[in-house]
Ligand binder design. Structure first.
Ligand code: ATP
Ligand code: MG
Length: 450
């Protein structure tokens, strides 16, 4: 205001609040016009098609599975000549492409059947989701009619009525039904093999139609639970999808990246690194795709132009944290109490290694305060071994010479990280919080007594 006549400067000072108010009002008006997502939803820098990295996406090409696809197609081709294809059992470890390829073949079958005007019905059933005989039969029934009122109701009928209705529908419609039972082992472990006995025997009761089954499992031993007749009917043909090696996973990633990302947005070393990580873990292509997707999401969130190794490393931390979280949250209650005892001991001991006896000591106190059934030390020993197998703790047996042998136990996951994860579990967070308070209280009482 220097140099201005007194009257102007006073006027100006009076007007400052007014101007500030006006600016604020303008800001508010602008905010009201703007949407909170405006700044967040901008043109994506890295992704071209996110969907192609999702778990449900079915690609149109499958590098390194050409032979397997051909083998299945060769078995199924007889359906185009009106003969029933053999039933097939497909095995393979997790992430080897079984589900994606089954869905792809289903799609191709449908397309070709439509083109050739051949009656082929297809049903894809995930037995983890549809895990009752009733559910499986109604889903097969649906392949014959898209009309709601002609379908078998989703509940309420007796199972034998559902069977006969399915037979009727199959014969009424004619043709061949290819039924894919993915994760077939869960259906058997939950209900026994009766449903498979009936399904594989259905053909002998059908006059005008046929049914073929493709069973998929990542448990190669599941057929040992089956009745020998069911086993031989179901496994007329079988094939195994072997795990991918690192260069094969890299090819899969490169092919997937072409549809998922804009050009030159992923450092090529990223693909090699993700592939080698996944190859170390049983050749799981899903792991590699997830790692690449999360790394790209992190880079996109940081508004970077390119995905680098640093993003992959961060993505790995995110994935590991998620994995630990889902293991911890789904632990049975006694396992949680044992884990809580180890966490508590580790927090209160200078030496991070504790013995089974020390874990048991804290566990017993914890059961007492929480009215939990107290298991024997032997049982807690078993639970400790299970937690070790799940990768939450390290338990190594040490020989103490004359004093025999004991287990030294410590956390395999960073304690702070674990405490962060535990926040999401009511039981564990309550337990740790109140036991920690109790420990602090006992310590202060002890020091006062000394
Ligand atoms: N050869 C391949 N080419 C392209 N993508 C592939 C290939 N193999 C696997 N994938 C992809 O890897 C992911 C995992 O595959 P899929 O879900 O089929 O595994 P799976 O064998 O069914 O595993 P699980 O036993 O856990 O069910 C999917 O996104 C799939 O599209
Ligand atoms: Mg699968």
């Amino acid at each position: 205001m220097l140099g201005l006549p007194q009257v102007y400067s006073e006027l100006a000072i009076c007007q400052v609040p007014l101007i500030v108010n006006l600016i604020n009002m303008d800001k508010e008006l602008n905010t009201a016009k703007r949407n909170v997502f405006d700044k967040l939803i901008h043109d994506e820098r890295i992704f071209k098609n996110r969907e192609s990295l999702s778990t449900s996406y079915v690609p149109s090409e499958f590098p390194h599975r050409f032979d397997e696809i051909n083998e299945v197609a060769n078995i199924l081709k007889t359906a185009f000549y009106g003969s029933r294809p053999s039933n097939i059992l497909v095995y393979g470890q997790t992430g080897t492409g079984k589900t994606a390829i089954a869905k792809f073949i289903c799609k191709q079958l449908k397309e070709k059947a439509r083109k050739e005007n051949v009656k082929i019905h297809t049903a894809y059933i995930n037995c983890k989701q549809t895990n009752t005989p009733y559910g499986v039969l109604t889903n097969i029934g649906k392949t014959y009619s898209a009309e709601w009122e002609k379908q078998i109701p989703s509940a309420g009928w007796r199972i034998d009525k559902v069977y006969s209705s399915l037979k009727e529908k199959a014969d009424e419609n004619g043709g061949i039904a290819i039924v894919i039972l993915d994760e077939i082992d869960t259906l058997v472990s939950k209900n026994g093999d009766e449903i498979l006995y009936h399904l594989t025997g259905l053909n002998s009761d059908l006059d005008n139609s046929k049914i073929s089954i493709i069973g998929i499992s990542n448990d190669a031993k599941f057929t040992s639970w089956l009745d020998p007749r069911v086993k031989s009917r179901l496994g007329e043909e079988s094939l195994t999808f072997s795990p991918y090696n690192a260069p094969q996973i890299e090819d899969i990633l490169i092919q997937r990246a072409r549809t998922a990302f804009k050009e030159n947005t992923v450092d090529p070393i990223v693909m090699t690194y993700c592939a080698s990580k996944a190859a170390q873990e049983h050749g799981d292509a899903r792991k590699a795709i997830d790692l690449l997707r999360i790394a790209a999401e992190l880079a996109e969130r940081e508004e970077r132009e390119i995905v680098t190794l640093e993003h992959v490393n961060n993505a790995q931390n995110v994935m590991e944290k998620d994995q630990v979280k889902s293991i911890v949250i789904t632990l049975p209650i006694q396992h949680k109490a044992t884990l809580a005892s180890i966490i508590l001991n580790q927090g209160s001991k200078d030496n991070s290694q504790q013995t089974t006896g020390e874990v048991y000591g804290t566990y017993a106190k914890l059961c007492n305060s929480y009215n939990l059934d107290e298991l024997s030390q032997r049982r807690i020993g078993h639970i400790i071994s299970e937690l070790d197998m799940q990768g939450l703790i390290n338990a190594k047996i040490v020989n103490l010479g004359r004093h025999g042998r004991t287990k030294y136990i410590d956390l395999a996951v960073d304690r702070e990280q674990l405490l962060g994860i535990i926040q999401h579990d009511h039981f564990l967070s309550d337990l740790i919080e109140s036991m920690t308070k109790l420990q602090i209280f006992t310590k202060s009482m002890q020091s006062r007594l000394i």
